[in-house]
Design a protein around this ligand. Sequence first.
Ligand SMILES: [Zn+2]
Length: 371
Amino acid sequence: MFTPPFCPNRSCPQHTSPGVRFFARHGHYRSKCRPHPVPRFYCKTCRRGFSRQTFRADYRDHRPHLNAALFLLIASGVGIRQSSRTLKLSRRCTELKLRKLGRHARRLNLNLRRRLEGPTARFHLDEFETYEVERNTRPLSVPVLIESVTRYIVWAEAAPIRARGRMSKKRRAAIERADRLHGPRKDTSRRSLERTLARGSDLAKTASAVVLSSDEKSSYPGLAKRAFDGRKLIHRKTNSRVVRDTRNPLFAINHEEAIMRDLMGRVRRDSWLVSKKRRYLDHGLQIHMAYRNLVRRRFNRDVASPAQLLGFVPRRLTPQECLSWRQDHGMRSISPLSSRGNARVSLEGARPTAHTHASQFRNLGGGGGRT
Ligand SMILES: [Zn+2]
């Protein structure tokens, strides 16, 4: 039976430090889209009512049974319009669902990460280019950082960059037109790279050495040095002209980017399916990360997912589990692996020692700690 872990009212004292019986049961209700009655409660302190549904990721959703299907379609390279045709949803409704799924996936990705174990952390870094609306005038750069062995995607996000490369008269005119329309294009790729490396740095907080593999882009060494400050940094640089086969030292990230391009229609080259808005690409990236890290096996011959190989979760998640409990309460959120809702996300993948337990509750950004 479901027992509420805390009061969902954020301004109530029972939200942060709930007492043993802070709530009272208050009957149930039936909804058209769920076969079982949904239990209701009220908080004895703030007297507010809530239900099991208040803790679910599909809280207040229309047609919640389509969420997992949309998650899988988006994670399989299908675009918003084709998904809406397949699911018989309106385009706007699909967009809103995608936005909610993307935000949820972002929180899930952050909540289900722990510090990497072992003295040496290994990462591969690269950036790939795509664009919003128009390739000629509005390119985007997407930095991607992965854990080298398990292929766990640590972070990826889209940043606008200025158009560059060969400039014809026509192209220059198109750029001027776009600038007039949207304002001069900013380049935030450096900031994006810093954020991406900082996510890696956070995972490798307790490592003594970091091995970073990347190409020879001149800005990487300085950024990496700052990001992994305090740890011994071994930066392995490979020339981009080296043949991109399985023996290439950057094979892991090249391969992962190829999978990304394949599974995210919107970053495919020469595709009709283009991001019309950058933030939908970010939502798509977060959904891809959740799918790649938590649902999919690392390689087809493996049984484990990347997050499982790193010990972040005890097993692979189903898409339904990924979209089960709300994750907007940080490490206090209910674990997606807990069907009854009685385990917190902070304890997933944790080794059962007092030290780990305490440190995880303190670190909202992904505690864990080596034991
Ligand atoms: Zn309350």
